[in-house]
Write a protein that binds this ligand. Structure first.
Ligand code: ADP
Ligand code: MG
Length: 356
């Protein structure tokens, strides 16, 4: 359905220097594929999507869609835009139009639907994304998650063959990520061809037929979710998909800012979508610092979260210690609260680890 050959994109900076963002992108996309594009920021993922629907015409290379070279001079871009919808991180709704007006605008203008027909269909689409109650309100009264669901319905109203999603959940409050991902999941099952730039690794693994790992302006590795996430060939891919997020504190005497740690833990759990674990993390930290390890300083506290496996751990590390500082009473108190309690010597000392 789509063939991309030697696609490059070079930007000219205001100072006259050049930056080549897409170096040599090649791929073939079949109808009905759901492809997640992952990779570090600044590697050209957004530029790639924007080149694909000619919002950002490529510098060189060919993009063949249904047998036609869309980069050819004079190719009608409105035809392309009808085939290819795009959903942006920042929703891009018309703020001065109601939800319904947002959805019927393009079908009436470009597909020449009557207002009546456009509204009937818009209502169907709003039901599909769970927003039919909000047809007559303005976007400003909606939450981010609701806006994004409307933006998806608006894109579907043009009956595109392909939808490009550029980090559709990145601008959302963590509590709203799930509702948008579940709408996209539902679309993925419907046979629509989709390309999704996302940081949500587990979502990408579950929903995609194929993953592109983009790095330094090329598709660095391309494979099934199993290949990319379980058996990546390149070390850069491996490092990226197995990323572990962490917060680390040296707790030295009693001069530490416990409130700050509490705030940081809350933010951390929100950011990585593990809200629900923050209270346990906080109460275990308190119990360890103020009771079981009260007299042990300095110690290092670390909270880690592996996005792909979903494992969250709390580590308490003490340098030079040879055996566990936990008493039997402490162990009994903690064990029922955690998934796993690990006590182990390390090269530099001793570590107590809770998997929560
Ligand atoms: P990603 O989506 O992977 O984070 P982008 O495609 O947004 O990456 O950007 C890749 C690089 O291209 C970045 O260094 C960015 O600053 C640069 N870039 C993107 N758009 C432009 C532009 N219009 N002019 C100049 N540089 C740009
Ligand atoms: Mg981007």
């Amino acid at each position: 359905m789509i063939s991309i050959r030697h696609l490059t994109k070079t930007f000219l900076n205001p100072d006259g220097s050049k930056i080549t963002v897409l170096k040599d992108v090649n791929c073939d996309i079949e109808k009905g594929e759901v492809i997640s594009i992952i990779g570090p920021s600044g590697t050209g993922k957004s530029t790639f999507l924007r080149a694909l629907n000619m919002l950002e015409p490529p510098t060189s290379g060919d993009i063949i869609v249904d047998g036609e070279n869309i980069t050819a001079h004079g190719y009608p871009l409105d035809k392309l835009r009808r085939k290819m919808g795009m959903v942006f991180q920042s929703f891009n709704l018309f703020e001065h139009k109601t939800v319904m007006e947002n959805i019927i605008y393009a079908p009436m203008e470009l597909l020449h639907l009557s207002e009546e027909d456009a509204k009937v269909e818009a209502m169907e689409l709003l039901k599909k994304v769970g927003m039919s109650q909000k047809a007559d309100v303005y976007p400003s009264s909606l939450s981010g998650g609701q806006k994004q669901r409307v933006a998806i319905a608006r894109s579907l109203a043009m009956h595109p063959e392909v939808i490009l999603f550029d980090e559709p959940t990145s601008a959302l409050d963590p509590t709203m990520v799930g509702e948008v991902l579940s709408v996209i999941r539902q679309l993925a099952k419907s046979g629509l061809t989709m390309l999704i730039v996302t940081h949500e690794m587990r979502f990408a693994r579950d929903v995609s037929t194929r993953i592109f790992f983009m790095n330094e302006g090329v598709i660095y590795e391309d494979g099934t979710p199993e290949q990319i996430f379980e058996h990546p060939v390149h070390s850069a891919t491996k490092a990226f998909v197995n990323r572990i997020q962490k917060l680390v504190y040296e707790i030295d005497g009693d001069e530490y800012d416990f409130l700050q740690i509490h705030t940081d833990i809350n933010r951390f759990c929100q950011k990585y979508n593990i809200t629900g674990k923050e209270n346990l993390a906080y109460s275990l930290l308190k119990e360890m610092l103020f009771t079981h390890m009260r007299d042990i300083r300095p110690l290092t506290f670390r909270i880690t979260h592996a996005e792909l496996s979903g494992v969250t751990a709390l580590d308490f590390m003490v340098e030079g210690m040879k055996e566990s500082p936990l008493s039997d009473v402490a162990r009994e108190s903690i064990r029922p609260q955690v998934k796993e309690l690990i006590e182990e010597t390390t090269i530099r000392g001793y570590r107590i680890k809770f998997i929560i």
